[in-house]
Design a protein around this ligand. Structure first.
Ligand code: KG4
Ligand code: ZN
Length: 330
């Protein structure tokens, strides 16, 4: 049973082939055009998806050594994401679904991120999932393969956004997470301090915008020469504060929800310091912690194919007239 997965919610054009729950191919093209603008330009993203989608799908079929006629279902990201970008993937998927007379399965991008961690790991339900991406930061309780509830969320920026905006303030490239991760390795912790923010209305919720403002004030108080000298030390402390915030909230939620397994997914889960510190968290809390393989952390179609496969087994198909959605309404 073959699923073709398609992901185009932001600036990655991706297609994947899954066979009976196993990933056979996963082609991801990251649109580099956005780098010089310091963030994703929606109009350019959709234009690039349009130019890339057919090539990327063809490559995914070729890598899996199958033809389009072998495909039994088409899973595609329906949202949340950029409407123009989502429309390219969704319309392409609809075309294939109509042409092949095979089911179309609309996938919530966040469901995709959750199951990205199930591709190579044996995580047991119920588990807590910390989803940390460029657009979202949430802790979810996942009760079964399609039943999950959100227990904590960010009230302002997402963790990935805190990395990206922080990197921009420091004069680093977009996306900022990998850049901060990289230069932090040359930094010394403890010279700078960023406070872990408290959200009074709900203590388990996240807030990152204050930290970003504190970074901005710090950077503005330095000369260019001082910044150049101190950039790695500032980055490492800023990164540490983001990571410690994530662990602090995770610990609070864990205290209220006894589970044995925690899954950490989304682009920020690729962070090397975050992965390193998770070992101590695991030991201190006597818990299993799972991460997706690095190639499944940032946006990819393998996770969409996986979510589609789970829905296919339950015969949860979509109507051909589904439309994309931009925010977390569903
Ligand atoms: O999951 P993702 O690819 O896209 C969304 O669904 O948003 O996540 C992208 C985010 C970006 O903010 C990027 O800076 C961050 O993940 N990211 C990282 C790392 N790699 C990607 N953040 C910290 N450290 C990394 N190594
Ligand atoms: Zn994502």
């Amino acid at each position: 049973m073959f699923v073709l997965g398609i992901e185009s919610s932001c600036d990655e054009t991706s297609a994947s082939i899954l066979k009976d729950g196993k990933i056979l191919s996963n082609v991801v093209v990251s649109q580099l055009i956005h780098e010089k603008y310091g963030g994703v330009v929606p109009a350019l993203a959709s234009k690039n998806h349009e130019q890339l989608i057919n090539k990327v799908v063809k490559q995914s079929l070729e890598d899996a050594s199958i033809t389009i006629e072998n495909v039994d279902a088409i899973a595609v990201t329906q949202g949340p994401g950029l409407i123009g970008s989502l429309l390219i993937g969704l319309n392409y998927a609809k075309g294939i679904s109509i042409g092949l007379r095979k089911p179309l399965i609309g996938v919530n991008h966040l469901h995709g991120h959750i199951v990205s961690g199930l591709i190579d790991n044996d995580v047991k339900y119920p588990f807590l999932c910390l989803l940390v991406s460029g657009g979202h930061t949430q802790i979810l309780k996942v009760n079964s393969d399609i039943n999950y509830e959100i227990l904590a969320r960010t009230v302002d920026d997402a963790a990935g956004e805190a990395f990206d905006k922080g990197a921009r303030i420091l004069g680093l490239k977009y996306p900022g997470g990998p850049e901060i991760d990289k230069i932090s390795k040359d930094g010394v912790l403890g010279n700078y301090h960023f406070t872990i923010p408290k959200v009074k209305s709900n203590l388990v919720d996240f807030s990152f915008s204050g930290m970003k403002t504190a970074l901005l004030y710090k950077v503005n108080s330095l000369t260019n020469v001082e910044l150049k000298k101190e950039i790695c030390n500032i980055a490492v402390s800023y990164q540490e504060a983001i990571i410690d915030t994530l662990f602090e909230k995770l610990k609070m939620v864990l205290g209220m929800n006894k589970v044995n397994d925690i899954l950490i997914v989304g682009g920020v889960s690729a962070n090397s310091r975050f992965r390193y510190k998770s070992k101590k968290f695991k030991k201190d809390n006597n818990i299993n912690i799972f991460f997706p393989d690095l190639k499944y952390c940032t946006d990819n179609a393998a996770m969409i194919a996986m979510a589609g496969y789970i829905k296919y087994k339950k015969k949860i198909y979509s109507n051909i007239d589904i439309i994309p959605f931009s925010s977390l309404k569903r």
